[in-house]
Ligand binder design. Structure first.
Ligand code: ADP
Ligand code: MG
Length: 680
């Protein structure tokens, strides 16, 4: 067998176990080796019964003297017995494992590992791990050494996985594919050693050595993928070439009702430089909520327009598409540029001449002819699948692509997963923005907070968002979410008797959503109760208070985005955070919101505390969770990047990498097993 062999090549792994493996993301022998232990049990201290001390974790070799199934006083089924070696006798108990008696009958020689405790005031081993010894007392595997414990799924116990990994290791040919100097340079053990050390270590240091090498492979893979994507992208040539007319672009910038921030100007320069080139732009524009990304994208649309070409802007929701449409109409009001909002209601033949199409992912399936598109803008791309993005880009030939996100992407992640994109970052806010005073409000102050909110509405004409989280951990609302926000809405109605409340959730028709948002915008509604559909992009300058319920369900970056919905006008603004937790780690995490006002800082913090899933939302984000390496390991990210770059530059030196990545004259390095190596 080799690393690519399917898992079903292992003895006794049929369709049923294959499915179970699949659930752990394991399809090949290699996947199995990369399923690293979550921890190890130190069963390496082998001793005799007379030397046992309470609380020690030990292994003994002994003979079963007696064993029986009994019921405890509370009715729990127990397996209680005694074992003996040449130094003495010891009590052993298990719970709810009646089948044990079939294997562990009197006279059998066993190796038992576990923690020494008391039972009926006598020393005993409670629920020890066990394995049968031959008369010769052969080598133990599940006891008597460092024993790995694996992340489990129902039906695949650690004990079973251990045996399968042992079988696989004994029969698989494991070839090293990195050259010696890379291994020496990174102080890495060979691949075969690494797998052995991770799964069958003599001690923790060995396990760590093995892990380090596997982590290196894991991140190197990501690096190569994005570098290969990058070099493949560079094979593209722009069909609809753009000329940059600087003086007219300058006219547009001067026509804006505000002065650009320094980083907006810098980002625009970077974009304009790309747009003038032959190789299509592939750039990520990253900036905190409210940092002014739209106008930066608008410059690109303007350039395309000046050249007689079209722009396509894709937003994650209908609300945001409408908002982009309105904002851009305002920005371009002095120019003869025409926008079309592509909704499902629009009839193709009603579309007049269009310079900028704005829409949601439905753009992907639109029948409109996009052959004149020279510039594509994708807003909040993590909300779309990679697949959707690729479809859109394909459909429009080889346009320049600008992806925008308010999701603060930690440095290490930007260097790997997004390594194929050039990066522009908006580091500062437009002038005159103010900090949103933030409080984590204890439950006992809830009534007081409601009274305060009423006063703010009456005295200061404040408008308020109240956001209820989704119940399930998903990116899409379920009916249960709608029910829960609706019941909270009714509840709030009975609190805010003299105020006008509106309800907004994703299951409303887009016309209903627009109506409610319009009412909120015009001040007809005082309090908007909503699900996190308000999270991205909604711009209502008069709203000054953001209330977030069950905030522990959000990542800090998500909370920060919600908070960014207020504090957009000149009025003092507030964010009130409610949580079901009033102490402990979850609570401490939320308190960070009171002190930090930087999305990047909060994202880095969450990365440390909870991992990347929290920053990027769930499944749809397309964001890879690392199985072995840590996103906080900056050294590793740097080292793998260097090696990956060297592989691309000096393919001859890395011929053995071929087992994973194949080199072709036409495309350069490409992943032999990935299909995302096409020219997009
Ligand atoms: P985001 O980066 O969150 O998409 P927007 O592009 O929606 O931010 O901009 C937020 C608001 O800030 C908009 O009303 C926009 O007109 C305004 N804005 C953008 N740039 C500036 C600037 N340099 N000075 C003042 N206001 C600006
Ligand atoms: Mg935006």
């Amino acid at each position: 067998m080799n690393l690519d062999s399917p898992i079903s090549n292992l003895p006794k792994v049929g369709p049923i176990f294959e499915k179970k493996f699949e659930r752990l993301g394991i399809n090949t022998i290699e996947d199995l080796f990369y399923h690293v232990p979550s921890r190890y049990l130190d069963y390496s201290l082998i001793t005799t019964i007379n030397k046992l001390r309470a609380d020690e974790t030990v292994t003994i070799h002994a003979k079963i003297a007696s064993i029986a199934n009994i019921f405890s006083k509370r009715g729990v089924r127990m397996q209680i017995g005694s074992v003996e070696d040449e130094t003495g006798k010891l009590m052993v108990v298990w719970f709810n494992q009646p089948f044990l008696l079939k294997m562990l009958y009197p006279g059998r020689l066993v190796s038992l590992s576990g923690k020494v405790g008391f039972f009926n005031r006598k020393l005993c081993l409670s629920s020890p791990d066990y394995e049968i010894l031959d008369e010769e007392g052969d080598q133990t595997f599940h006891t008597g050494r460092f024993v790995p414990v694996y992340p489990e799924t129902s039906g695949l116990s650690s004990k079973w996985l251990r045996t399968k990994i042992r079988d696989a290791f004994a029969t698989t040919e494991i070839e090293e594919y990195l050259p010696k100097d890379v291994l020496t340079g990174g102080a890495l053990v060979s691949l075969k050693d690494a797998i052995q050390k991770v799964h069958f270590p003599k001690n923790l240091e060995e396990a760590e050595e093995g892990r380090k090498r596997l982590a290196f492979n894991e991140v190197l893979n990501l690096q190569l993928k994005s570098l290969i994507r990058k070099s493949n992208w560079k094979e593209n040539r722009v069909i609809n070439r753009l000329e940059i007319n600087s003086s007219v672009v300058q006219q547009f910038i001067s026509s804006l009702p505000f002065k650009l921030t320094e980083s907006q100007s810098k980002a625009m320069d970077e974009i304009l430089k790309d747009l003038g080139g032959e190789i299509p732009m592939n750039r990520l524009l990253e900036g905190d909520v409210g940092s002014g990304k739209t106008v930066v994208a608008a410059v690109g649309a303007f350039v395309a327009f000046l050249n007689g070409y079209q722009t396509l802007i894709m937003a994650p929701t209908q609300i945001l598409a409408s908002q982009h449409y309105e904002t851009l109409n305002r920005l371009f009001s002095k120019f003869k540029l025409r926008l079309s909002l592509l909704t499902s209601a629009v009839k193709l033949h009603d579309l007049g001449r269009t310079d900028v199409f704005v829409g949601t992912h439905s753009l992907i399936h639109s029948k409109v002819d996009f052959s004149k598109v020279a510039f594509v803008v994708i807003d909040e791309q993590h909300r779309f699948g990679v697949e959707q993005r690729r479809h859109l880009v394909k459909k429009t030939g080889t346009p320049h692509v600008l992806t925008m996100t308010a999701t603060p992407i930690p440095r290490t992640v930007a260097l790997t997963t997004y390594g194929d994109l050039d990066l522009s970052v908006l580091t500062e806010m437009p002038e005159g923005r103010q900090k949103v005073t933030t409080w984590v409000v204890p439950e006992i102050k809830r009534d007081g907070a409601y009274e305060w909110m009423k006063k703010q509405i009456i005295n200061n004409k404040s408008q308020i968002f109240i956001v209820c989280p989704l119940i399930e951990d998903s990116d899409t609302e379920t009916l249960a979410d709608v029910k829960s926000v609706t019941s909270e809405f009714l509840n709030l109605k009975s609190v805010f008797i003299n105020q006008k409340l509106g309800l907004l959730h994703g299951r409303l028709k887009s016309k209903e959503k627009d109506e409610i948002l319009d009412k909120f915008r015009s001040g007809t509604i005082d309090i908007l109760v909503a699900t996190p559909v308000v999270e991205v992009g909604i711009d209502i300058p008069n709203a000054t208070i953001m209330v977030i319920e069950a905030a522990e369900r959000f990542g800090l970056a998500g909370l920060h985005q919600l908070r960014g919905r207020v504090g957009r006008g000149s009025k003092r603004s507030y964010c009130l955070i409610f949580s079901n937790y009033h102490s402990g780690a979850a609570y401490t995490r939320l308190r960070a919101m009171e002190k930090s006002y930087s999305g990047f800082e909060l994202a880095e913090l969450d990365l440390k505390l909870r991992g990347p899933g929290e920053i990027f939302g769930t499944a749809q984000s397309g964001f890879p969770e690392l199985k072995i390496a840590s996103w906080n390991n900056f050294e590793l990210i740097k080292a793998t990047k260097e090696v990956a770059e060297d592989i691309i530059k000096n393919p001859k030196k890395y011929t053995l990498v071929k087992t994973k990545f194949e080199y072709t004259k036409k495309y350069g390095w490409r992943l032999s097993y990935l299909n995302d190596v096409t020219h997009v």
